[in-house]
Design a protein around this ligand. Structure first.
Ligand code: ATP
Ligand code: MG
Length: 573
């Protein structure tokens, strides 16, 4: 069997799962963000796929398979050819037609449904596939946690009314809970934004771990958990008004960034008002956040009613502020911009330092509400920043931890069905767009997060449900006929009993065999050696136990079965 274990991981492998998946011979890198799965790695993926498929089928979803190469016209109909940007890979075929490599499949599934669904009597329906997705990620890294090519389970449901969508959404939510539990993962469910998908409600299933790229924001009592894109913060209390001096211009030559201005004026980012200027179609939108806060693009986009936005080009900024980039301030901009959007935390500042709308100048003692308006027809006050340490949600302190997103469920509404003409006739014969939900799971990410969640200095510690093998039989003295035949008999008996078992009958030293067994993370190990066999015993050891126990050789199979079943029960209990 091809299990090419190695001592060292390549230097670009930064996190445990990436290192261990390479060291344990689960996979090999082909190019940036693409991997070949070797026998052990593929077995793990198949185990995960098996669990996902089983639970989806039990929930009444129907498996299909859609093409990975898709015509761009479908994506143009929803506008997502633009929204996905360079993350979606394009190519032209020999007949000059533009195609994309599927990063997801809402467009295709909705066009299929548009052709096949005629009547409310066919609804609801949930179609899913387990297939490759390609996303030309800006920064593929962490092995299969963020790869360019990966396997996704993506499901799409179609409904005649809101109530039916809601029922299916929560059924998928419960299905996901069962899937991740069966995969042996400790997950946290967080409220999420809908992002490119569009729609009204969403939850993410995340695995807390330090190398996760998502930030989970939660309250200690568990009453609230959201990802950082979504996490809503309470408005800060109004700062006591200080006896402020009138605004003073300060010369800050070539000092544009918040850090540089703070160093120059010996102040802190908290005392500053950051003025950001965006283009939203032909409109110019001015945004204010406190100097130490970060604008939250999802919250900001929500305030814009979901409209596409980007930082304004220098010429736009210069036109509206009359100054070079880096010196924008809110004074006078409410009149010039289409909209002024002010974060709550800025509105409660007693006073702040900001750009003077004059190249190389900042201005001190700017009082919100006095030096620029907080209310007006084109002025919106909103929560548009990321939550930070010290913030509260409904008066409860917010805490932060990193997590890996392994799955997400969305209520899409009619976004795709309207654009792609996916209608059904209701019982009065009237055509209505189907309501939709979509539900994704990252198959490869499950394997990587399971390894992130459980490993030690010796290697992977697989949950038994997704381990490539449940048991490994290690024969220590292959040259000894009795040892070899005992090991082989235990191996065959376990196999006949339905156990997924691997036999290590290589001509290697004991140390090498134990190291490899630990590295590849097989949950149960049986060791057959000459010395123990003389007393009629073999060793039985859990991957998580420090030491083996000796058991009579004739009980080995029964004991192992018992152990495997108890490990499975533990996961499913
Ligand atoms: P992320 O925010 O991490 O980029 P996403 O929210 O864009 O992911 P979805 O569109 O929700 O991803 O896709 C469904 C699932 O596919 C995700 O929950 C994740 O488990 C998996 N997935 C997405 N992108 C990748 C990737 N680049 N590599 C591996 N798995 C991925
Ligand atoms: Mg997601």
């Amino acid at each position: 069997m091809l299990i090419p274990t190695v001592k060292e991981a390549p230097s670009d492998a930064e996190i445990p799962s990436h290192k261990l998946m390479l060291r344990a011979g689960l996979m090999r890198k082909l190019a940036s963000g693409t991997y070949t799965y070797l026998p052990l790695g593929w077995r793990c993926l198949l185990k995960v796929i098996g669990i996902v498929r089983d639970e989806m089928n039990k929930a009444g979803a129907q498996e299909i398979l859609m093409p990975c190469v898709q015509p761009i016209e479908l994506w143009q109909q929803t506008g997502r050819d633009v929204d996905y940007g360079p993350t979606m890979a394009h190519f032209q075929d020999r007949h000059g037609r533009q195609n994309v490599l599927a990063p997801t499949a809402e467009e295709v599934v909705t066009s299929v449904a548009a052709g096949e669904i005629k009547s409310y009597k066919q609804l609801p329906i949930n179609l899913y596939q387990i297939s490759f997705k390609f996303r030309d990620e800006f920064r593929p890294r962490f092995g299969v946690l963020r790869s360019r090519e990966f396997i996704m389970k993506d499901a799409y449901s179609f409904h005649a009314d809101e109530k039916s969508l809601d029922t299916e959404y929560w059924s998928m939510y419960e299905t996901y809970k069962r899937i991740f539990k069966r995969c042996g993962l400790d997950y946290v469910i967080v409220e999420a934004e809908t992002g490119e998908m569009g729609g009204s409600g969403s939850h993410q299933f995340t695995i807390p771990c330090p190398s996760g790229e998502d930030i989970i924001v939660y309250t200690e009592d568990g009453s609230y958990a959201a990802n950082i894109e979504k996490a809503a913060v309470d408005p800060l209390p109004k700062t006591d008004p200080r006896a402020t001096e009138p605004p003073v211009l300060v010369h800050t030559p070539n000092v544009g960034s918040i850090e540089a201005v703070c160093a120059f004026l010996k102040t802190t980012p908290q005392e500053m008002i950051k003025t950001l200027i965006f283009s939203v179609g032909d409109d110019t939108v001015v945004v204010l956040v406190r100097g130490d806060h970060e604008l939250n693009p999802e919250k900001f986009t929500q305030v814009l009613g979901g409209k596409h936005n980007e930082l304004a080009k220098p010429e736009v900024i210069e036109r509206i502020t009359g100054a070079k980039v880096g010196f924008a301030g809110p004074m006078g901009l409410a009149e010039k911009a289409s909209k002024l959007i002010i974060d709550y935390a800025v509105a409660v500042m007693a006073s702040g330092i900001t750009g003077a709308n004059k190249t190389d100048y900042h201005v001190k003692n700017i009082v919100p509400g006095k030096d620029f308006p907080l209310f007006g027809d084109n002025i919106i006050m909103a929560d548009i920043r990321n939550a930070v340490e010290g913030d509260t949600h409904k008066s409860k302190k917010l805490l932060f931890k990193h997590g890996i997103e392994v799955g997400q469920v969305f209520k899409l509404g009619t976004k795709y069905s309207v654009k792609l003409g996916c209608n059904f006739l209701d019982d009065s014969g009237k055509a209505n767009p189907c309501l939709m939900g979509c539900y994704g799971i990252g198959i490869n990410r499950i394997v990587a997060s399971a390894i992130e969640a459980a490993n030690d200095a010796n290697g992977i510690i697989f949950p038994i449900s997704i381990a490539p093998f449940e048991v490994i039989v290690v024969s220590l003295n292959q040259d000894d006929a009795e040892v070899a035949s005992t090991a082989e008999k235990i191996y065959n008996d376990l196999k006949t009993s339905g156990i997924e078992v691997l036999l290590d009958d290589r001509d290697e030293r004991a140390g090498v065999k134990f190291k490899d067994a630990d590295l590849i993370g097989i949950p149960v190990r049986i060791t057959v050696g000459k010395k123990a066999l003389l007393t009629g015993s073999v060793e039985l050891k859990l991957r998580t136990d420090p030491k083996p126990t000796l058991i009579p050789v004739d009980t080995a199979v029964a004991k192992t079965l018992e152990l495997v079943n108890s490990l499975k029960d533990k996961i499913n209990s």
